[in-house]
Design a protein around this ligand. Structure first.
Ligand code: IPE
Ligand code: IPE
Ligand code: MG
Length: 251
């Protein structure tokens, strides 16, 4: 008789949950290729993971979940894959909006909207509007996003303000920069997770992860589940965040 394998429950300190978790959702293509499937099949399965992880983060009471769905550099992938991804994002958003509302989740999008297909952008904007009353988890999708795009864009706006005489260059602080980033509405990530095993940040939230705790797992994104998220949070809770101080100072 087959035995049911029960995954041991991970004990989390609910008083010390990360307020903001950011995830580099990597490994869809390799997950598919390992099964002899097209890369697109991995992206489809990846959408199911987004749903699972959003639900788990929401259940746990996480404040912000930022998911890296499509990078500026991903525009250079084969056109068929880009098209498939944009279509997938649009249809998934449409389908999931009612459940997002039911779960009190509000959606935000960060990234260079000017490069997105009009219908994908329209559906994203509609979902942002329709979920704006949500007071639970804020789900942030980074689409057509890269940190260098974001910082360059901020620099351009700050320079324009200075040229117009509205701000004094000598008065620019790190707060000025942070206020001009696409992420200005939320705190910096406490925990950055990357699936798929690669130890790199791939142009994601470079400014904001200055003091984030990093967690890389070999698990491919389509296989990542609620239990894996809890394992990552438990790992985070074992760290001592020192922010440049000594261990004694922060005790
Ligand atoms: C992540 O999976 C999804 C996107 C970047 C859109 P990949 O498509 O990068 O999968 P791998 O890294 O090739 O396995
Ligand atoms: C990072 O994955 C971007 C997203 C998850 C959207 P990539 O697969 O694009 O990153 P690299 O190319 O391995 O650095
Ligand atoms: Mg990848």
């Amino acid at each position: 008789m087959e035995e049911t394998h029960r995954i041991p429950n991970i004990q989390l300190d609910m008083a010390r949950l990360p307020r903001h978790i950011a995830i580099i959702m990597d490994g869809n293509g390799r997950w598919a290729q390992a099964r002899g499937l097209e890369r697109a099949a991995g992206h489809v399965e990846g959408v199911a993971t987004v749903r699972r992880i959003t639900e788990e983060a929401s259940r746990l009471g996480i404040g912000y979940l930022t998911l890296y769905a499509f990078s500026t550099e991903n525009w250079n992938r084969p056109q068929a894959e880009v098209d498939a991804l944009m279509h997938l994002i649009a249809t998934a958003i449409e389908r999931e909006t009612p459940d997002l509302i039911k779960n009190n989740v509000s959606l935000r999008v960060i990234g260079d909207a000017s490069r997105m297909p009009a219908d994908t952008l329209a559906r994203l904007e509609r979902c942002v509007r329709d979920t704006s009353a949500g007071t639970g988890l804020t789900l942030v999708l980074a689409i057509s996003y890269s940190s260098r795009w974001e910082i360059t864009d901020a620099a351009r706006r700050i320079a324009a303000e200075a040229a117009a005489g509205r701000i004094d260059p000598a008065g620019i602080t790190d707060e000025t920069i942070a206020r001009n980033l696409a992420t200005a509405f939320m705190p910096d990530p406490d925990l950055l997770i990357r699936t798929g095993g690669d130890m790199r940040v791939s142009n994601f939230l470079l400014w904001q992860i200055a003091y984030s705790e990093l967690y890389v797992t070999d698990i491919y994104w389509p296989d990542f589940d609620g239990h894996d998220l809890r394992v990552a949070i438990a790992d985070y809770q074992r760290r001592q965040r020192r922010f440049g101080l000594t261990g004694e100072q922060v005790k």
